[in-house]
Design a binder for this molecule. Structure first.
Ligand SMILES: [Zn+2]
Ligand SMILES: [Zn+2]
Length: 147
């Protein structure tokens, strides 16, 4: 559903649908900035984030956002340090290292499974779900005893 919002960058009102909460004009500007940063990092893989920011005129926050969104990747030996949000290992792009990505994907998968088990249950009702599970185990034990 489109709604009227203030652009996060220029504060102008615009019709927001999906994606980052910025207007079309700023989206275009950001694309240009992204391209500048990407080119610069490719050309000068040894540059620090301050140098990249100074030379491209793009704020360090935005450069970090590009990195965290996984759009921008820095060289293996780049001084631009991006750390895994889970374990703190140095990574080149995104928010998590390979190991944590795998682990989190698994957890997400498991969470998805238990979500399927308790379909429309809200988080506050999870205790009830545990109780139900114990109840099921109880029944299983009873059946086992009978045999
Ligand atoms: Zn804007
Ligand atoms: Zn990690």
């Amino acid at each position: 559903m489109p709604e009227i919002r203030n652009c996060l960058r220029c504060k102008k009102l615009f019709m927001y649908t999906v994606g980052p909460k910025i207007c079309e004009n700023c989206k275009k500007l950001e694309e240009e900035e992204f391209e500048r940063v990407r080119q610069f990092v490719k050309e000068f893989p040894g540059a620090t984030i301050q140098e990249v920011s100074r030379e491209t005129g793009v704020s360090t926050q935005l450069i970090y956002r590009f990195l965290k969104e996984g759009r921008l990747e820095v060289a293996e030996d780049s001084p631009i340090a991006l750390l895994c949000e889970n374990c703190g290992t140095r990574i080149r792009s995104g928010r998590f290292c390979v190991n944590c990505s795998k682990k989190l994907a698994n957890e997400l998968l498991n969470a998805g499974r238990s979500l399927q088990n308790s379909l429309s249950r809200k988080p506050g009702e999870s205790k009830e779900a545990e109780g139900g599970l114990r109840y099921l185990h109880g029944i299983r034990k009873e059946e086992f005893k009978d045999k």
